[in-house]
Ligand binder design. Structure first.
Ligand code: HEM
Length: 438
């Protein structure tokens, strides 16, 4: 494909930086593989399910995570499940996968319902709140208890601040190709180091206590402590700390954004909210939901799928070609970054009629089986499918089912919340919602 016009060397880098979501949308119908250039690196944009499947499934071994991602995330979570590749990754994934087994996840359902109840107890009718920070607090409770079996709400504020500081720094590393060495004491790097120290202190303390306590328990950390590689090797304390940080960071902001935007979408679509409430009332009749109820709540599942379609918390993904390759007739030289965006894929009108409309019913009757495999991929796919997808889908549905039985939320009229395509997609300004008892 021909290179679109752009500045020499910088290429489309500035255009991308100005508006990353609009960038992917603009290039979405220029072909399966669109060649662009970002500050000295060729970046090929992938616009079809087949091209993405090639990278994530068929030629998976040739496509590790690219240097931009690795540099930003390794600074925070080290070399582990999220950042590694090849045999190292496979070994780690095999060790951690059993902790996410369905039966064990079921135990986490009651954690989500409990966290939703605790959160609701602090709400007052008629008093507006900002949905994203509130859902961040709620999901931090869920992450702490499912991951560590511990209640960290006493440290929640400190943990929240520390995570914010490290993620800001990761974002900076991601956005800025050339940065000062890590030891230079700029205010940003000092805040990052203090944040990382605070996170390490909390996690190290939990790991030590959990080791003493022994037994697998129902928390992910307990299972990771027992996990063994094929050769019998266990994870060291430092490796456990990095994997705990990975799971905290991967699971916390993403789930919070999905919940906050789902609440907003329901507030602004009374017919969808009414349909969901009817389903909840028929199936649950006012009692708390459990994991066993989820198969009887198909509309709730459709609401969540539709919310993740319009606002995919993981809004883009990328990899780098290790060896020369060919995709859709296009030569992909070694070193090329390939990237695609769920934000753009999920707005493809050939798979989703009126793609900008929130229509949970579109998922009834097996839409997912009729569209190509990667036309809808909020959790990525292939061997590196999000390890927490089942957990996140369960938590989001249970929290919505708990909260919507008690409250309706009023949202201000006006345009949809602006979103910021940071490492994850997050609301840019506040999402004020006002609870009313139902
Ligand atoms: C990977 C999305 C929740 C842990 C991923 C990937 C996506 C994703 C798209 C693939 C990234 C890539 O291959 O480049 C989401 C979304 C979530 C969510 C949208 C919530 C709505 C969670 C939760 C956890 C988690 C709750 C943990 C408890 C991970 C980990 C990986 C991952 C460890 C890396 C897996 C690997 O490479 O083997 N996630 N995630 N995520 N996610 Fe999630």
């Amino acid at each position: 494909p021909s290179l679109p016009a752009g500045l020499p060397w910088v290429g489309q880098g500035l255009e991308y930086r100005k508006d990353p979501l609009g960038f992917f949308l603009r290039y979405a119908d220029r072909g399966a593989v669109v060649r662009t250039r970002f500050v000295g690196t060729d970046v090929y944009l992938l616009n079809t399910s087949e091209a993405i499947e090639h990278v994530l499934v068929k030629n998976f071994r040739n496509y590790p995570k690219d240097a931009f991602q690795k540099r930003a995330l390794e600074a925070v979570v080290g070399h582990g499940l999220f950042t590694s590749h090849g045999d190292f990754w496979m070994r780690r994934r095999r060790m951690m996968q059993p902790a996410f087994h369905k039966n064990l996840l079921a135990a986490h359902g009651s954690v989500a319902v409990k966290a939703a109840n605790t959160w609701m107890a602090s709400r007052r009718e008629g008093e507006a709140f900002d949905a994203y920070p509130e859902m961040m607090a709620l999901t931090l409770d869920v992450v702490a208890e499912t991951l560590f079996g511990a209640n960290l709400s006493a440290q929640a504020r400190e943990l929240g601040r520390a995570m914010e500081a490290v993620m800001l720094h990761a974002q900076h590393l991601f956005d800025t190709p050339i940065t000062l060495p890590a030891w230079v004491p700029t205010p940003g790097q000092l805040r990052f180091r203090a944040g990382l120290r605070a996170l390490h202190a909390v996690v190290d303390d939990v790991v030590e206590r959990r080791r003493k306590q022994g037994g697998p328990g129902e928390d992910l950390l307990g299972l990771m402590l027992e996990a063994q590689a094929e050769d019998g090797e266990h994870l060291t304390d430092a490796q456990l700390r990095d994997e705990c940080l990975t799971l905290m960071i991967a699971g916390h902001e993403t789930t919070a954004a999905a919940l906050a935007l789902s609440l907003w979408l329901l507030a602004r679509h009374p017919e969808a909210e009414a349909a969901l409430r009817r389903e909840l009332s028929t199936v649950l009749g006012g009692r708390e939901p459990t994991v066993a109820d989820l198969p009887s709540l198909p509309y709730c599942e459709q609401v969540v799928k539709e919310s993740l379609r319009l606002y995919p918390p993981a809004w883009g993904m990328s990899r780098v070609a290790e060896q020369d390759d060919r995709m859709d007739g296009v030569h992909v030289p070694a070193g090329t970054v390939v990237a695609w965006s769920q934000w753009a894929l999920h707005r493809d009108a050939s798979h989703f009629q009126e793609p900008e409309s929130f229509r949970p019913e579109r998922w009834a009757d097996g839409l997912e089986r009729r569209i190509p495999r990667f036309a809808y991929c909020p959790f990525g796919g292939g061997p590196r499918l999000c390890i927490g997808a089942g957990s996140a889908l369960m938590v989001i549905r249970l929290v919505l089912a708990t909260v919507l039985q008690r409250f309706h939320f009023d949202a201000a009229p006006g345009p949809a919340p602006e979103v910021l395509p940071a490492i994850t997609l997050r609301p840019k300004g506040g999402i004020p919602l006002t609870p009313r008892a139902v």
